[in-house]
Design a binder for this molecule. Structure first.
Ligand code: SF4
Length: 701
């Protein structure tokens, strides 16, 4: 194990502090001893037959032709889809990796599901499909997989795998709504929410948080969701009906498991880095990672450390909330009294501890700032947390009520994890990592992330003799995989770049001749002048993509009258509607316009006329002062490589491709891409952006 990996291994111990309770799943408890039903011997289908069946499926007179009969889209032959499917079948059989750039419209989910379905007939273990977004998981589970089951006539089991924290814990719900609720809930306001959850639970078949049709505050949910730290497993009186354990059994039995990247990486960490046997996912025989353009950032996030002030405070409140005298330590006795005193004092220490970072940010007039030296901040907190952990352990020994003990034990784990996480941050214990402080929505946050993801993934993910497929619509820069391969360390398999099935005539690109440079003082005014001009071409129906909220706000304020007088509904990110509600409104009101920042550049799907125009105000270069961006750049400079050309530029190109990729989602879509960033022509690197697009006709303005 390399130094970096062993350090990350330690970071994993703290990952639960990031709110990722699944990490507790690695901790042994009786629940894992349950005998799960053995899978029946699968029907044998040899490798060559899998390739032949996959080829046949996508042929012009193959089974896919019957798609419309089964409720799918009318059949259209797409050679790119067939190529991708066959290459994946070959990778599965030959057990090598594959990296595929599959542009929108080729039908990539069918292209990987079909070979997986055939492959599942010769594999005794499940296969995994991991995605970044819930949208894609839902599309796979609700639409694609049921349709393919009908078209192929093959019976196979598919299961959706979510992290433990997504499921309701029936035992904890009983505590939160029972007679001891006062000690269980540290805030009186939570009681009402618990009653609503209780009512929902009475009619729920899966206990899945995503099926709740009212907004549940994450804090409230944390009191009733499953947690490994306090799960009683088979000893729980609700074990037979437990939502989580039922779901988990279905994964063991599945041919295809659809998971998200968070779960996949957490499992990877437990399995290959921590080397523990108690894993989240069952052993699998192949993996497809869809939406793989986020691989590096996902790996950095799930291998890193994040602790925020509000998380530590709510952990203490859970034990004892001084303000309203509620919490788990409310029970009588001298020991509980002493512990309550300790918790109350610790809360003050926590406030003091995090205020030094607040001060640090204030002094530098920043909301995010890198920490470069170990020991820069005093840390009296870790020792105090460790001392409290010991006291809690002694106190637990005196308790007989097993539900009560389970709740406290879960707090003990958190206490230890906070103690070591905070110490690791202050001492900068992880090699080759970057550390920073941020004033985030969840309060002051201290964070660390590993810098060299490629090495870690080469050790754990891209192994020989194991089929793993990476796919996304945007993996190449200037039509080459070099950048992506270098960032994530992809190896042991070929790359495949597929052409878009759409005609280049579907899109027209407008490039500026006379636009003001983005760093010029008049740039904002120039945007206010140009945006209406282009919005008028399509009478609305546009996404206007910004790289800063400040600029978005300026343009929105100054263009209010234009939109109003033209009867175009302007939807502004950051105002009353959240992203999903904005998109619903955008699709409903076909002429409306969205002004969006970061989250509208990726993962948004609006087929049809409603989105006919994407206006890029400025190329999406990452903020160079963000600690992670800065550290990645410095690392390249140390290696004598130009950080702009080898990191900032290709990252921006990939994001730009994601942004403009929102426009054309089907063969009948047409539209315009307008680039208001003059650097596309005034800088030599501007060509990288245009050359990374298909050969669309270009007009100058
Ligand atoms: S087994 Fe019991 S304690 Fe564990 S998650 Fe299920 S209901 Fe909760």
């Amino acid at each position: 194990m390399t130094k970096a990996v062993s350090d990350i291994n330690r970071a994993f111990d703290n990952a639960l502090l990031n709110g990722r309770e699944d990490d507790f799943d690695s901790m042994p408890f009786a629940g894992d001893e349950v005998d799960l039903e053995q899978e029946a011997e699968p029907e044998k289908l040899r490798g060559v037959e899998i390739i032949a069946a996959t080829t046949n499926f996508f042929e012009e007179d193959g089974p896919l032709k019957a798609s419309a009969q089964h409720g799918g889209r009318p059949y259209e032959h797409r050679s790119q889809q067939a190529d991708m499917a066959v290459k994946i079948a070959e990778a599965l059989i030959a057990e090598h990796n594959l990296c595929v750039e599959a542009p929108t419209g080729i039908g990539k989910s069918f292209a990987y599901l079909i070979p997986l379905i055939y492959y599942s007939k010769i594999s005794s273990k499940p296969t995994i499909v991991s995605t970044e977004t819930i949208n894609l998981q839902e599309q796979l589970m609700r639409k694609d997989i049921p349709l393919l089951r009908k078209i192929t006539g093959i019976e196979f089991k598919a299961s959706l795998a979510k992290g433990r924290g997504n499921y309701l814990c029936l035992r904890r719900l009983m505590l939160a709504t029972g007679s001891h609720r006062d000690e269980y809930l540290p805030l009186a306001s939570l009681a009402l929410e618990m009653d609503r959850i209780n009512k929902w639970a009475a009619g729920s078949s899966d206990g899945d948080r995503d099926s709740i049709d009212f907004r549940v505050d994450p804090l409230s949910w944390s009191y009733v969701c499953c947690e490994a730290g306090n799960c009683l497993g088979p000893q729980c009186r609700s074990f037979r009906t437990c939502y989580y354990w039922r779901a988990r059994r279905s994964w063991e039995d599945a041919d295809i498991i659809v998971a998200n990247h968070a779960m996949f990486f957490t499992d990877l960490k437990i399995k290959f880095i921590e080397g523990l046997e108690q894993t989240l996912l069952p052993e699998y025989s192949a993996v497809i990672i869809d939406e793989a353009h986020t691989l590096e950032n996902n790996a950095a996030e799930y291998l890193g450390l994040r602790i925020n002030s509000s998380g530590v405070i709510s952990f203490l409140n859970r034990l004892f909330n001084v303000d309203n005298a509620k919490g788990l330590l409310l029970r009588g006795g001298e020991e509980a009294f002493q512990l309550r005193e300790i918790v109350a004092a610790l809360k003050e220490d926590v406030v003091k501890f995090f205020s030094q970072f607040e001060q640090y940010l204030l002094e530098h007039n920043d909301s995010i700032r890198r920490v470069r030296e170990p020991g820069l901040f005093p840390n009296p907190l870790s020792d105090k947390l460790l001392a409290m952990e010991e006291n809690l352990r002694d106190y637990i020994k005196m308790q007989e009520d097993k539900d009560y003990r389970a709740e406290l034990e879960s707090q003990v784990l958190k206490c230890a994890a906070y103690a070591s996480g905070i110490a690791d941050f202050i001492n900068m214990s992880f090699a080759d990592s970057v550390y920073w402080v941020e004033d985030a929505r969840a309060g002051i946050t201290i964070q660390a992330a590993p810098l060299n993801i490629a090495d870690v993934l080469q050790e754990t993910l891209f192994k020989k003799s194991f089929p793993l497929v990476l796919t996304s619509a945007t993996l190449t820069v200037n039509k080459k995989f070099d950048y992506y391969r270098g960032r994530v360390g992809y190896m042991n398999g070929p790359e495949l770049r597929l052409d878009s099935p759409f005609s280049t005539k579907q899109v027209r690109v407008y490039l500026p001749r006379e636009m003001t440079e983005p760093n010029h003082k008049d740039y904002a005014a120039a945007l206010v002048e140009q945006i209406p001009r282009f919005i008028s071409i399509t009478q609305g129906k546009a996404f206007v993509l910004f790289t800063s909220y400040q600029m978005l706000r300026y343009c929105a304020d100054n263009l209010h009258d234009f939109f109003e007088s033209n009867g175009i509904n302007l939807l502004i990110q950051g105002e009353a509607l959240n992203r999903s509600a904005m998109l619903r409104e955008f699709k409903k009101d076909i002429d409306s316009v969205i002004f969006g920042t970061d989250s509208f550049w990726t993962g948004v799907d609006v087929p049809g006329e409603a989105l006919s125009h994407v206006i890029v105000t400025k190329f999406p270069f990452a903020v160079p002062t963000h600690p992670l961006v800065q550290a990645r750049g410095e690392r390249l400079e140390k290696e004598k490589r130009n950080s702009f050309m080898h990191y900032s530029l290709p990252e921006a190109v990939l994001k730009f491709r994601q942004g403009v990729g929102r426009l054309i989602r089907s063969r009948s879509d047409t539209g315009i891409i307008t680039i208001l960033d003059k650097r596309v022509r005034s800088k030599r690197y501007g060509r990288y952006f245009i050359d990374s697009l298909p050969d669309y006709p270009v007009k100058y303005f």
